[in-house]
Structures are given as structure tokens and as C-alpha cells.
Design a protein around this ligand. Structure first.
Ligand code: CA2
Length: 150
């Protein structure tokens, strides 16, 4: 029996603080709650999830590099680095993997500095504004992308 495809889900800086502050913007779920949601959805679709969080840009770049030949696709909530990181953009481009960008909040309804995303330029699509459910929607979208890539 073949192994189930692995999806790498990357979470950027401060997302480890979810559920602690600003629930009006980011919801009440902790990152551990979201990881559990992702695992459940992935299992139901015959996928596995490697769920990671880092506050360090270089660590996220290394995680993306390590996904080559291992993961079938990358789902990324780059958090603040979404709006600033050429290094993460470069790493995602080099990976040649399907990428989905996601955000808990609707970044386009917020401050102007959140409207620009480096990740968007290498992403197949973007999901934002659905709170923790954005992750579930992103896994569903990735499942289709991987199927279509066959
Ligand atoms: O909406 C999202 O998912 C964001 O990626 C979250 C980032 C923000 O910089 C992006 O523009 C949109 C912020 C993550 C900070 O997480 C917090 C967690 C708890 C309390 C406050 C912030």
C-alpha cells in the first residue's frame, strides 16, 4: 500500500500566541487546536500533515528547503513575514511545490501594510478571513491540487 501524501503546514511568527490575545481578530483557538483540526481533516482525505511553527525567518526557509522530495505541497501562514520576506518567497519558488497561502484574518480588510504579500506571487491560491477554518479550506484545496497534478 502506498504512503499517504504529506502536506507541510508552516506557521510564522507569533502564531504560537493564538488564543492568548486578540480573539476578536484571530479567534479563540490555540495553535494546538488548529493542528488537531488539520490532522483530522487530512486523515479524512487520506493525507498526512507535518505542522510547524517558527518565529525565525531562516528556520522557515530551512523547513521549505527540507520539503523538496518529501512533501506533496506547502500550506503557509507566513504571519508578519508574509508582508516582508523575500527569503521565504525565494525558498517557496525554489521548492517547485504547490503553495497555498492562508491567513486567519482578511488581510485585505485590515491595515494597508498587510495588503501586500510576497508569498502570493508564488502561491496557486490564497485563503483568508475564515479564522481557524481557513486551514481546513486550505487542506481541501491542496487535496484537489495534488490530485490534479497526477
Ligand atoms: O491573519 C493571519 O493569519 C495573519 O497571518 C496573522 C499575522 C499578521 O501579521 C498577518 O498580517 C495576518 C499575525 C500573527 C500574530 O498572531 C497573534 C496571536 C495572538 C495574539 C496576537 C497576534
Amino acid at each position: 500500500m502506498s504512503e499517504s501524501p504529506e502536506i507541510l503546514i508552516l506557521n510564522g511568527p507569533n502564531l504560537n500566541m493564538l488564543g492568548v490575545r486578540e480573539p476578536d481578530i484571530y479567534g479563540n483557538e490555540t495553535l494546538a487546536d488548529i493542528e488537531e483540526l488539520c490532522n483530522q481533516r487530512a486523515i479524512s482525505l487520506g493525507l498526512t500533515v507535518n505542522f510547524k511553527q517558527s518565529n525565525l525567518e531562516g528556520e522557515i526557509v530551512t523547513d521549505i528547503q527540507s520539503a523538496r522530495g518529501v512533501a506533496a505541497g506547502i500550506i503557509i501562514n507566513g504571519a508578519g513575514y508574509t508582508h516582508t520576506s523575500v527569503a521565504i518567497f525565494d525558498a517557496l519558488k525554489i521548492s517547485e511545490l504547490p503553495v497555498i497561502e492562508l491567513h486567519l484574518s482578511n488581510i485585505h480588510a485590515r491595515e494597508a501594510f498587510r495588503h501586500h504579500s510576497y508569498i502570493a506571487k508564488v502561491a496557486t491560491g490564497i485563503i483568508c478571513g475564515f479564522g481557524a477554518h481557513s486551514y481546513v479550506l486550505a487542506i481541501d484545496a491542496m487535496a484537489r491540487l495534488i490530485e490534479c497534478a497526477d
